[in-house]
Write a protein that binds this ligand. Structure first.
Ligand code: HEM
Length: 140
């Protein structure tokens, strides 16, 4: 299913609660990665960023970089040319260094954690599913 204009508005708005100035984005990111490692226990790709200790400064800095990437994708979702360029940048980076990465599992981890940070009443799982699929869709 498509990530519609309305889905984008909702996701951007809810993302602001998670990642905006008044949020605790570091705590959110840590929760996502903890959940991700439950779903996908293999941490071997993350040795360079101290994946064995998610509380280490090295891993926390990695978390910040990934969330910044998610922020760029979400922010540019409705500006096709910029979005495509950003998406290609991350796709090429992961592909050249690691081959396929478990993006579906990462999305599940995000959606498992999001309701706690967005607020259950506002959280729209369907919009997040559709737009996460969009931002992680295959690039030509
Ligand atoms: C939408 C999803 C994702 C985004 C936006 C994203 C973004 C990023 C960014 C911005 C970096 C840092 C690049 C740099 O060094 O400047 C990174 C590194 C990395 N990402 Fe992702 N990522 C995503 C999902 C994943 C997933 C699911 C995996 C699963 C294995 C993964 C594995 C890695 C690894 C292993 C690194 C490098 C760690 C190191 O520095 O050694 N990423 N990612």
């Amino acid at each position: 299913d498509d990530c519609t204009q309305l889905d984008m508005i909702k996701v951007k708005h809810q993302w602001a609660e998670v990642y905006g100035v008044e949020s605790n984005r570091q705590e959110f990111g840590l929760a996502v990665f903890k959940r991700f490692f439950v779903i996908h226990p293999d941490r071997s790709l993350f040795v360079n960023v101290h994946g064995d200790n998610v509380y280490s400064p090295e891993f926390q800095a990695h978390v910040a970089r990934v969330l910044a990437g998610v922020d760029i994708l979400i922010s540019s979702m409705d500006q096709e040319a910029i979005f495509k360029a950003a998406q290609k940048h991350y796709a090429d980076f992961h592909k050249s260094k690691f081959g396929e990465v478990p993006l579906v599992e990462f999305g599940t981890a995000m959606r498992d954690v999001l309701p706690k940070y967005v607020g259950l009443r506002n959280y729209d799982n369907d919009s997040w599913s559709r737009c996460y699929a969009y931002i992680t869709s295959k690039v030509e």
